[in-house]
Design a protein around this ligand. Structure first.
Ligand code: C2O
Ligand code: CU
Ligand code: CU
Length: 592
């Protein structure tokens, strides 16, 4: 069996990888032996994922039956077709859209996948062998999937968590409870994703292509008169590396920081989008395994060089921001930073730029360290200074009647109130050497996913979590189930400098960034920083994960559980909701 041989080779090589890991300051080692073929930029137009039609409606609930397929995909006209795994055979997957207050049912079928993975599975990573599981002694097939709907307020059994996997021939992970995932959509409007979350395989399955946009639409949102229909475009950013034959390149052995040298948007390498001189809404989704972007616009054509339209951000993903945030050289923010699985809903007005060509630029280093670490290892981790191009046509096709973002009042929102919190918890981020295998390991509070649950918030209660980063890279921390509120950011001073001259550092505290003043589910914690968040633990009791959303960090082993406990069963709003049909459409969370 070739499979077995490659495994043995892999294990034998483990020692070498370990040594490399030790020498690299950041654990960052060149991922590919070679860089991707040179691909000409801006020669293909941006593909736009379609919105998926439900397969059926049962008792008024829309059902989606999504199939995970191995198929070929064209990333660029000059690159041979690439074998990918995609939802419905597409990368990114189709848009799945729900309506606020209306449940949606989704069943993901992976039975058509082969039983060998597209990439080498490194068995040193937890979750890939039976011994890694507590209380499970079944087999752990090489190919497994669990689909998570990121940012959704769902009961745990529909959450698509790491141990809820299933293999193509039906072997089920220890925590899998159901095949049809029911998404209540009982929360604010949303721009997010659905993506693979399988224990030990998340980074590989996502890289293979298993990610797509998920939206919740609301009436409130409709009333704002935002650019709509063909003028409302998702931009799914994902860096990838390719071999000469078009195949996706991913390291054979685990590495803690993996980046691609080719920018793809909606599955196309360095695409170009033609727009009319009018307003557009873009839903920017960072679906990269590990790359953070620091986005801006550049204008080569303009006589007044550097003149670019302002990016007006209206949402960080959930609901709306307190106020529209302007992003340009003179704006509230100078650029738009998005870590893996952060999102931004923005409006850009191209009406003054007819006939001009704009470039979407990226100024972030890799691995990201808060924008402070420019290019000390550009050889092993290429920077991606350009992402895509936007060509503004000369003429409008029809008049633009959408709202002017400079004149837009966003719906009020009320997130959790930090004053309601009775419990404060600390989460520290550390990097270490895994003595078992010589690999770089990242942890939360020095623990691993398999260690017992030690966070048990009460259902409905509010807590403050202090996210402390003692490492030298940024960690985007994600909590399932909730949308939280960023309270503040505090700098500890230089990393490793424990005693400041003046004794304490409270002066270095700042409020949330302008575009963090809204419902978040991923927050960047930069090196030497403590970020405080207020979290309210509704609506469902049960066990959920929180983790770093750099997938290589998450998988080794920066993911921990929290268990929401209901004091008394009648406290469970889900239960009373299914008993009482009138409550189905009520808004339990009170989010704007
Ligand atoms: Cu986007 Cu735990 O996931
Ligand atoms: Cu999630
Ligand atoms: Cu991390």
């Amino acid at each position: 069996m070739t499979d077995q041989i490659s495994r043995r080779k892999l294990l034998a090589a483990g020692g070498v990888a370990g040594l490399l890991g030790v020498t690299g300051v950041s654990g960052a080692v060149a991922m590919g032996e070679e860089s991707s073929p040179d691909l000409e930029k801006y020669v293909q137009s941006l593909p736009i994922p379609e919105e998926r039609e439900p397969d059926s409606r049962r008792w008024g609930v829309e059902h989606h039956e999504v199939e995970i397929q191995e198929t070929t995909h064209s990333f660029h006209p000059d690159l041979p077709d690439t074998v990918i795994w995609g939802f419905d055979g597409q990368f990114p997957g189709p848009i799945i859209a729900g309506r606020r207050g209306r449940p949606l049912a989704v069943e993901v079928d992976n039975s058509q996948l082969p039983d060998e993975h597209l990439f080498e599975v490194d068995e040193r990573i937890d979750g890939t062998t039976t011994e890694n599981y507590v209380g499970y002694d079944g087999e752990v097939p090489e190919v497994r999937n669990s689909t998570h709907f990121h940012g959704l307020n769902v009961p745990p059994e529909s959450d698509g968590q790491a141990d809820m996997w299933i293999s193509p021939d039906g072997v089920e992970g220890p925590r899998r409870a159901r095949d049809v995932q029911v998404l209540p959509n009982r929360q604010s409007r949303l721009t997010s994703t659905y993506h693979d979350h399988t224990r030990g395989l998340t980074r590989l399955n996502n890289y293979a292509g298993l990610v797509g946009p998920y939206y919740i639409r609301s009436r409130e949102e409709k009333r704002l008169n935002l650019p709509d229909g063909e003028y409302d475009i998702p931009l799914v950013l994902a860096d990838r590396s390719f071999d000469e034959d078009g195949s996706l390149q991913y390291p054979k052995m685990f590495m803690a920081n993996v980046s691609g040298d080719t920018a793809t948007v909606n599955g196309a390498a360095w695409p170009s989008l033609e727009v009319e001189p009018r307003r557009y809404r873009f839903r920017i989704i960072n679906a990269s395994n590990a790359r953070t972007y620091d986005l801006g616009l550049d204008n080569d054509d303009s006589v007044a060089h550097g003149s670019v339209p302002t990016i007006h951000q209206i949402s960080p993903g959930h609901g709306f921001l307190e106020e529209v945030v302007s992003i340009d050289h003179h704006g509230d923010l100078h650029s738009l930073v998005l870590a893996p699985f952060e999102r931004a809903d923005v409006i850009v007005d191209f009406s003054e730029y007819a006939g001009e060509t704009l470039t979407v630029t990226n100024d972030a280093e890799f691995p990201y360290a808060g924008g402070m670490d420019h290019g000390d290892n550009t050889e092993s981790h290429p920077q991606l200074p350009e992402i895509m191009q936007i060509q503004v046509a000369d003429e409008l096709e029809r008049p633009d009647t959408s709202v002017d973002p400079t004149n837009l009042t966003l719906p009020e929102r009320n997130g959790p109130d930090p004053d309601d919190a009775e419990v404060t918890r600390e989460v520290t981020m550390e990097m270490d050497m895994d003595m078992d295998n010589g690999l770089m390991i990242h942890t939360l509070n020095g623990k691993r996913w398999g260690d017992p649950v030690d966070f048990q918030p009460e259902l409905g209660s509010t807590e403050i979590w202090e996210l402390v980063n003692d490492d030298h890279h940024t960690h985007p921390i994600h909590l399932h189930l909730v949308e939280f509120e960023v309270i503040d950011r505090e700098r500890h001073g230089d990393h490793g400098d424990t005693e400041g001259e003046d004794g304490h550092d409270t002066d270095h505290s700042t409020g949330p960034l302008p575009n963090e003043r809204g419902g978040k589910d991923v927050v960047r914690v930069n090196p030497g920083e403590t970020v405080r968040i207020a979290v309210q633990f509704g609506d469902f009791p049960g066990t959920y994960p929180f983790h770093c959303h750099v997938l290589e960090h998450e998988e080794h082993d920066m993911m921990r559980p929290f268990e929401v406990v209901a004091e008394d069963e009648t406290d469970n709003p889900w239960r009373s909701c299914s008993d009482d049909p009138d409550r189905e459409h009520s808004d339990k969370s009170g989010w704007g």
